[in-house]
Design a protein around this ligand. Structure first.
Ligand code: ADP
Ligand code: 3PG
Ligand code: MG
Length: 413
């Protein structure tokens, strides 16, 4: 894994009696209400192997994460990590020491100072301090006082140059990756460096503009690009297809045309097959409780495209069946509503089936991962890698350097 050359692994670090700061990404969805609970604990579960390994090695573990996007400098009790600590304690089977209110300051210092080997503390939401997102050196110094060793297991945050992932690790001479970061980079960099061909990507979601970098990068590598979701509306509109009142980006039509041309002309004579929906599920509005299937050439003027249709699912499934590598980002419809989830579920099943035939299959993106789990655990368990990163997985596939990984280089192991 070239991306991790020169970076130490937690496997190689001496952690006995060491206060070990593990940056995790516990940015989990919470339930609404006065006493929020963790609604999806995937990111906590995925960090357990690293935490367990640190404990086995005799470390004193200090965990830290952000949660949500609090207004800078305004601690928001609704975004406290306390419910995350409660869930972590259940999963790990140990008590979690949680200094209230503030990730730095006297209470946090006391908890960390009194930690014994094999014990775990979780700090409060790092983003309650505006210095976190500013990559502030002074704030990083306060965190650095809590540990001798730094471990980065926050893959979902690796694309952010924030204090706890960028300034902090460089202040601790002993630093390295956690097991989740290693697993994520191994899976995703396989698609970047040497994907087995045919390589097929499925893209959907809300906007072309959100995903421009990754579309361009994928066009350089894939054999086929299957596009659905609201993103496909922009491509269809760019081809002059009537898409009714569907959401699309009218300032991205020229760009969509350029991308379609680029796919057609390809690089070095190699063109990329770009498949758009041939039929769609439409409704009067996102609130409708009834939908109808139309050929894309016959979309009624007053209606909205909210999912791909069954012929498109068939078409995509056929293309996916022959693939050896698959990457999927972006739901293919408004999957949060069961009425508009058939296309997304169909794609998930087709990708799971390709996995069973030996394809290397990777899913990235917060909503896409949720959609795969919503399709069913029998489907999710067949996908080879479901990334815990949204933006981070896309930036990695764009070939961008991840600040969280770069900050780990040049350390003493
Ligand atoms: P990810 O988080 O996996 O990267 P995105 O955030 O890009 O995915 O997109 C997910 C959102 O796109 C979902 O909320 C989904 O409902 C929405 N979406 C997909 N297709 C459509 C559509 N045809 N119309 C409206 N919303 C859509
Ligand atoms: C994520 O959920 O993608 C990460 O935790 C990063 O969160 P952010 O987009 O608020 O920086
Ligand atoms: Mg999303």
């Amino acid at each position: 894994m070239a991306m991790l050359d020169g970076v130490a692994s937690i496997r190689d670090l001496e952690l006995e009696h060491q206060r070990t700061f593990i940056r995790v990404d516990f940015n989990c969805p919470l339930t609404e209400g006065d006493a929020p609970e963790v609604a999806d604990d995937t990111r906590i579960r995925e960090a357990l192997p690293t935490i367990r390994l640190a404990l086995e090695k005799g470390a004193k573990v200090v965990l830290a994460s952000h949660l949500g996007r609090p207004k800078p400098g305004q601690p928001d009790p609704k975004l406290s990590l306390e419910p995350v600590g409660a869930r972590l304690s259940e999963l790990l089977g140990v008590d979690i020491y949680f200094p209230q209110d503030d990730c730095v300051g006297e209470a946090a210092r006391k908890v960390v100072r009194e930690l014994r080997d094999g014990q775990v503390a979780l700090l409060e939401n790092l983003r309650f301090h505006p210095e976190e997102e500013k990559n502030d050196e002074g704030f990083a110094r306060q965190l650095a006082e809590f540990a001798e060793v730094y471990v980065d297991d926050a893959f979902g945050t690796a694309h952010r140059a924030h204090a706890s992932v960028h300034a902090l690790p460089r202040l601790l001479r002993v630093r390295g990756t956690g097991l989740l970061v290693e697993k994520e980079i191994a899976a995703l960099s396989k698609l970047l460096d040497a994907p087995e061909k045919p390589y097929v990507a499925v893209l959907g979601g809300a906007k072309v503009s959100d995903k421009l970098g990754v579309i361009e990068a994928l066009l350089e590598r894939v054999d086929a690009l299957l596009v659905g979701g609201a993103m496909a509306n922009t491509f269809l509109a760019a081809k002059g297809v009537e898409i009714g009142t569907s959401s699309f980006e009218d300032d991205k039509l020229a760009l969509a045309r350029t991308l379609m041309d680029r796919a057609r002309s390809g690089r070095g004579g190699r063109s990329v097959e770009l498949l758009l929906p041939v039929d769609v599920m439409v409704a009067g509005s996102t609130e409708s409780d009834e939908g109808s299937i139309y050929d894309v050439q016959r979309i009624p003027r007053g209606s909205m495209v909210l999912d791909i249709g069954p012929r498109t699912v068939e078409l995509f499934a056929r293309r996916l069946a022959g693939a050896r590598s698959i990457f999927w980002n972006g739901p293919l419809g408004l999957f949060e509503k069961p009425l508009f989830a058939a296309g997304t579920n169909g794609a998930a099943r087709a990708i799971a089936a390709a996995s069973e035939s030996g394809a290397f299959t990777v899913v990235g993106g917060g909503d896409t991962a949720a959609a795969v789990h919503a399709t069913g655990e029998d489907v999710a368990s067949k996908i080879k890698h479901i990334s815990t990163g949204g933006g981070a997985s896309l930036e990695l596939l764009e070939g961008k350097k991840l600040p969280g990984v770069e900050a780990l280089r040049g350390a003493r192991s």
